[in-house]
Design a protein around this ligand. Structure first.
Ligand code: MN
Length: 254
């Protein structure tokens, strides 16, 4: 699916994959203020039982969307935007906890959340869990987020390579997520964003099967960015699609 904002373009695609019975990933793309331009992108990968995971990821992106939509008009600085994203993350966590308190069947549900606020020449990122945000610039896809997982920790300590991490049996074990009962722990950062850059958000169903170099190769031709999300999801499915797969991409035009 495609969406256009002034100076911004997006594509996104989510798929159940070839093994799981349902899709517990969720994504969100929204133009907030076309004049800046300002837009919100988010992906979430839910966990916690049959119904729980699907509810958790949807509730998280909807709550963040609602919080950002209602507040972002008053954000003037990068600090405002990061504080606002942190508050939106807090609101999402509270919504998850409230839903669990209301329905014991949802106890233990949680979700990753990677939310990106594009504002003019800047991107602000709020992140917890093992979904990812990449920035493709030229020939290179640079991962902007850390995986909050046991394996991600080993990668940062240098005891594991990227290739080993992609197939590690414990790669699903998270050390931080939303709503899992722990206090909110979100990484926040602001980066520059130029014409010709592409941002890609994805869940681990994509990044466990497709390397950063392959993402860069798939994004080599800007004329084909409209189909990037669909092509990457299809590639993950060709490789077995063992998990739900979600991709959201954004770029500037003009
Ligand atoms: Mn997943």
């Amino acid at each position: 699916m495609r969406l256009e904002g002034h100076g911004l373009r997006f594509c996104h695609h989510t798929d159940t994959g070839r093994v799981r019975p349902d899709n517990q990933d969720a994504c969100h793309v929204e133009v907030l203020d076309p004049s800046l331009p300002q837009a919100l992108l988010a992906v979430a990968d839910g966990m916690g039982g049959h119904a729980g995971g699907e509810i958790a990821s949807r509730l998280a992106v909807d709550t963040v969307g609602q919080a950002v939509r209602s507040q972002s008009g008053g954000w003037r600085t990068a600090t405002d935007r990061l504080n606002g994203l942190r508050q939106a993350g807090t609101a999402a966590r509270q919504a998850l906890l409230a839903a669990q308190a209301e329905n014991p069947a949802l106890t233990g549900m949680g979700t990753t959340l990677t939310a990106v606020l594009i504002c003019g020449d800047e991107v602000s990122i709020a992140h917890t869990g093992d979904s990812r945000c990449y920035r493709v610039r030229g020939q290179e896809a640079r991962r902007l987020t850390d995986d909050h997982s046991v394996v991600g920790e080993m990668l940062r300590q240098g005891t594991l390579s990227e290739a080993e991490a992609m197939v590690h049996p414990q790669r699903h074990l998270l050390i931080s997520a939303l709503g899992a009962g722990d206090p909110l722990s979100m990484d926040l950062q602001t980066l520059d964003w130029q014409s010709g850059d592409l941002l890609l958000l994805c869940t681990d169903g994509l990044s466990n099967l497709i390397s950063a170099a392959e993402i860069a190769a798939a994004a080599a031709d800007p004329a084909q960015w409209d189909t990037l999300a669909l092509r990457l999801v299809s590639l993950a499915n060709e490789r077995g699609g063992p998990d739900n797969i979600t991709a959201v991409a954004a770029w500037r035009v003009g």
